[in-house]
Design a protein around this ligand. Structure first.
Ligand code: TXA
Ligand code: MG
Length: 350
């Protein structure tokens, strides 16, 4: 049985979070909100507990987990050294949506890192997440709390759909503010490398470090010669049930293209979904299931709504979905990274 614990995101009730912390201490697994997406947490130092996460998610064993801490002082207990570049990034973006890769100390079990010598560590800003980590008294390993391959959960309801009956508890702390997973950065070299784009953008990193590199595997189909450095990036991810296509190009052309593709599909008897924006919404045929992600100019809003929209299409029984692309500035890179993976790299140029 899965317990539901409703906690106020404004004034988190300590007694309620204590209940969840006790479950973590005893080796159980608990879903909890963070500012990015909901995580599925276990005591990171307890191999048996961490194995339960992989089981509940159906996650491949070779995909390492992020370890969450609530105080940056704790970092030195888990990692061999803290490069200068990492310190700079921590000073600027912790607590927040950024995961840094470090050489791990032996105390971090191999099950967390998939046998790799490095570990990803993040200090979230969400007050419930931080209180949970503090009250548990241990670092918390937590991947996104979805079934492997599905869009990450941005609400407790999403977690419930995927995890009900499989995990010990779900803390409901409302909607996640950012809605996309953290930026994963390797800061061990001269130039910081973004392995997964997220809420901390390449522009943000460049401002602090003077330079930034982006792992080319972020936007490309994994190939023999192009292996992502973050192992999780090679898996099919974020996919809705229906076939998803990204339509990319100039906005006027994109809308025109989607309209004509949709018309053809509808006459062939297919149910069509369209992932639109406030600007384009009125221009599509109402015989399609249209979901607007919000104002095209407000990419924070688009990021926040993306996973919810992908999940909503699953409940409508559409056969095919067309999604408008957004530009890759700022958080646009993370949005397009998730979309391109959700689409299995299928892009139509308008
Ligand atoms: O925002 C987030 O990061 C959320 C919340 C819950 O904190 N967590 C999350 O975890 O997205 P997960 O497991 O869904 O994604 C972790 C990503 C994967 O792509 C994984 O391969 C990469 O981080 N990763 C973890 N440890 C790594 C390491 N040592 N080296 C390279 N990549 C690593
Ligand atoms: Mg995930």
């Amino acid at each position: 049985m899965t317990r539901y614990i409703k906690v106020s995101s404004f004034k988190p009730e300590k007694d309620k979070i204590t209940v969840a912390a006790e479950i973590i201490k005893k080796g159980g697994i608990v879903a909890f909100p963070t500012e990015t997406v909901y995580g599925l947490g276990a005591n990171a130092l307890n191999t048996q507990a961490v194995k339960k996460i992989f089981e509940a998610k159906g996650r491949p064993q070779d995909n390492p987990l992020i370890v969450h801490i609530s105080h940056s002082d704790d970092l030195k207990n888990y990692v061999e050294n803290i490069p200068e570049m990492a310190k700079k990034l921590m000073d600027n973006f912790w607590p927040g949506p950024m995961t840094l890769i470090f050489r791990k100390k032996p105390v971090i079990p191999d099950v967390i890192t998939a046998g790799m010598p490095t570990v990803g560590i993040r200090m979230p800003s969400n007050a419930i997440a931080r209180e949970l980590i503090t009250l548990s008294g241990v670092p918390i390993a937590a991947p996104s709390a979805n079934i492997s391959g599905k869009p990450s959960p941005t609400s407790a309801q999403h977690v419930k759909v995927d995890m009900d009956g499989k995990i010990d508890a779900i803390i409901d702390g409302g909607m996640c503010e950012i809605g996309l997973e953290s930026t994963v950065i390797d800061a061990s070299k001269d130039v910081p490398v973004i392995l997964r784009p997220g809420g901390v953008t390449p522009e943000d990193v460049k401002k602090v470090c003077g330079s930034v590199r982006i792992d080319p595997a972020i936007m490309k189909k994994p190939a023999v010669d192009l292996r992502p450095i973050a192992p999780g990036m090679k898996y099919k991810h974020y996919a809705p049930d229906a076939d998803l296509y990204i339509v990319s190009g100039d906005m006027t052309n994109v809308v025109k293209k989607i309209r004509s593709l949709a018309a053809k599909d509808i006459s062939a008897g297919k149910k069509v979904g369209i992932m639109a924006t406030a600007q384009s919404y009125p221009q599509y045929s109402k015989s399609c299931k249209i979901i607007s992600l919000g104002n095209r100019e407000n990419k924070m809003m688009i990021a926040e709504n993306l996973f919810n929209a992908l999940r909503e299409f699953d409940t409508t029984g559409v056969d095919i979905i067309y999604a408008e692309s957004v530009n890759q500035q700022g958080i646009g890179l993370a949005i397009m990274n998730r979309l391109i993976k959700a689409a299995g790299f299928k892009v139509i140029n308008a």
